[in-house]
Design a protein around this ligand. Structure first.
Ligand SMILES: Cc1cc2nc3c(=O)[nH]c(=O)nc-3n(C[C@H](O)[C@H](O)[C@H](O)COP(=O)(O)OP(=O)(O)OC[C@H]3O[C@@H](n4cnc5c(N)ncnc54)[C@H](O)[C@@H]3O)c2cc1C
Length: 333
């Protein structure tokens, strides 16, 4: 177990904010996690669990509490009789490493989720999605620990309450730490050629699909190693059908996507671009000129500057479209 006092989280958040935390604790196995959760001092301080820090925003320069991080690794595969494969992945595994492993073994289901930063635990919390695929599509079960009691629980997919970029873990009401996720992948299947991925490619393989996704991402998102960011800052708003129809009538070319439940998803990026924010800069922070949903740190920013720009965008889209944008990025105070 690694315990650091007054520790900089700069390498643990993709905004590259130089936030200091009173205690940083990284555990390598369940027995250490149990020890932490049974410690009285631990329960006397605020605590947040992070993964790869690719979807969080620390609002202040100092977090006066404990930041927990899982260094638990391990991927184990169990073949099932019906040609599916159960892949149990420890929370501290890098998500894209999991995808690479699955694709390398010829297992279908997560190839469209290639290249998403962060860890497997974070993927389970955020219900990551891209190119028509979502983490919840392949999730079989999640193992987790209750922060308050230290009890271990195994939750079925239904019990995880997954929705669009949301989950029981994200809403944080019952404070659960994800320790592993078990995915059900397929050893044969169809590729999901979402949005023209692989158009014109015959006999496309899983590896080709992964490469197409990685290429598409490289061209459409800023490189997180060069420009601090957390991917899409806002989720796409979901509205009632009549609201969407009115907006589409008033705004030529406004993209609208019908959802299976009858509601309609709007494009937050389109609205932000129409409000003139794509490529803007406010001091140390701004909005990427590659993607209107991505807030960036040009260097030296603090969390409040990023949050202030996000608030300016929220108010502007509210005024122009009467639609409220909600953050995908998790704020930590
Ligand atoms: C360049 C870039 C591109 C991105 N593209 C996409 C994309 O295409 N699709 C998409 O869905 N997302 C995308 N994201 C967002 C991000 O990568 C995902 O949300 C990712 O799953 C976050 O995982 P993480 O490990 O970094 O979690 P963190 O950002 O560290 O944490 C996210 C949340 O999960 C909680 N958490 C993390 N680990 C645990 C755990 N083990 N137990 C309990 N709670 C935990 C944290 O408290 C926090 O609430 C992108 C981000 C970047 C920077």
């Amino acid at each position: 177990m690694r315990i650091e006092e007054n520790f900089s989280l700069r390498e643990y958040n993709t905004f590259k904010l130089n936030v200091k935390v009173r205690w940083f604790i990284e555990y390598e196995n369940e027995s250490d996690l149990r020890k932490i959760l049974s410690d009285e001092y631990f329960h006397s301080l605020p605590c947040v669990h992070i993964g790869g820090g690719s979807n969080i925003l620390f609002l202040n320069d100092y977090y006066n509490g404990i930041v927990l991080h899982s260094a638990m690794r391990g991927i184990t595969a169990t073949m099932e009789e019906d040609s599916s494969v159960l892949l149990r992945v420890a929370a501290g595994e890098r998500w894209d490493g999991v995808v690479e492993f699955a694709v390398g073994n010829g297992w279908y289901g997560i190839e469209n989720l290639s290249g998403i930063p962060g860890e497997a635990g974070g993927a389970a919390v955020q219900n990551i999605g891209a190119y028509g695929a979502e983490f919840a599509d392949v999730l079989a079960s999640v193992e987790c620990f209750d922060i308050e009691t230290g009890d271990k629980l195994v939750l079925s997919k239904d019990e995880c309450a997954y929705g669009y970029r949301s989950s029981r873990f994200k809403d944080g009401k019952d404070r659960l730490i994800v320790s592993s996720a078990t995915l059900r992948l397929q050893s044969s299947g169809e590729l999901l050629r979402y949005g023209g991925l692989g158009d014109g490619v015959e006999n496309m393989t899983l590896g080709d699909m992964r490469n197409s996704v990685l290429e598409r991402r490289k061209n459409s998102l800023p490189d997180v190693e060069k420009l601090g960011n957390a991917g899409c800052f806002f989720v796409n708003p979901v509205v009632e059908e009549d609201v969407a129809a009115k907006l589409a009538g008033e705004n030529v070319n406004m993209p609208v996507y019908a959802m299976p439940d009858g509601k309609v998803k709007l494009s937050a990026a389109w609205m932000i671009e129409r409000c003139g924010f794509k490529g803007v800069r406010r001091g140390n922070v701004g909005i990427s000129d590659k993607h209107a949903l991505v807030a960036v740190n040009f260097g030296g920013a603090d969390g409040n500057e990023i949050a202030a720009l996000a608030e300016e965008i929220r108010q502007s889209t509210m005024r122009r479209f009467n639609v409220e944008l909600k953050t995908e990025v998790v704020y930590i105070e």
